[in-house]
Ligand binder design. Sequence first.
Ligand code: MN
Length: 310
Amino acid sequence: MSDLLPPSDPRDPATPSSPLLIEALPAKSAELGGITIRRALPTRKRRLIGPWCFLDRFGPLTFAEGKPMDVAPHPHIGLQTVSWLLEGEIIHNDSLGCEGLVRPGELNLMTAGRGIAHTEETPASNSGRLSGLQLWIALPDAHRDTAPSFHHHAELPTFDLPGGRATLLMGELNGHRAQSLTFSKMTGADILVDAHAELSAPLDATFEHGVLLIEGDAKLEDQQLQPDTLYYLGPGRNELSFRSGGGARVMLIGGPPFGESILIWWNFVARTNEEIEAARTDWQEHRRFPDVMAYRGERLSAPSFLPRLR
Ligand code: MN
């Protein structure tokens, strides 16, 4: 019996359990600025995947007139917003005076830091189509108070992978690094899997990851990916592989487990009820968050605040 190995510790990433953890997190429907969205993050079970704390999927939809997206001025603190389109256009305006029209393949990245207000609208000149994602990234405690900023990235790193290719929005993947502003380690990539192909991508084994099928059909290992379902992959993976029959498009997010407890209320990411209450009061009383001068219309009013536990 002397040749028996000691029992492995399931908490030790060096000895991953087999099979590696995959959790399916179905998205929930909600209304936002006139359109129905599917919210895949946060869920009751998972608040964060790395620093990623929010994921909304909207569309695809077709419209003949008006603007399906019209989100009036509202504030944010403690996060970055990532706007990523598959079809159509959105115009962003904010309290810094920045304007950014985003189209498919381009990134709108807003860093709220200590406070910003913005609007998102379908522009008057549009394609009559809308499909995309909005994600939030929690800022680590050391950078939550950073100055607000807005960046539009028309060019992003794209590279081939065996069986397809990737566009890198945020952080790192496969030895590539995006130029977009980050405050902690992460990955955020849009991955195309060729028809009748198996795609593999190397992963940082210290990261946890999330995978969302956005178009087509794909299997993650032996699991057929369902639409509007976020798949959580625990740390300890060196590689990810997808197989597709007709081709697929998949969003990959991830990062090291965040390690800080966050509190999300309305459009605020904070740590305490007091911070949220202060941000809410500042918004309602026209402090901290200047007006979005480019927007014609009323700002959104914050809901009533009921303190909650984490
Ligand atoms: Mn917003």
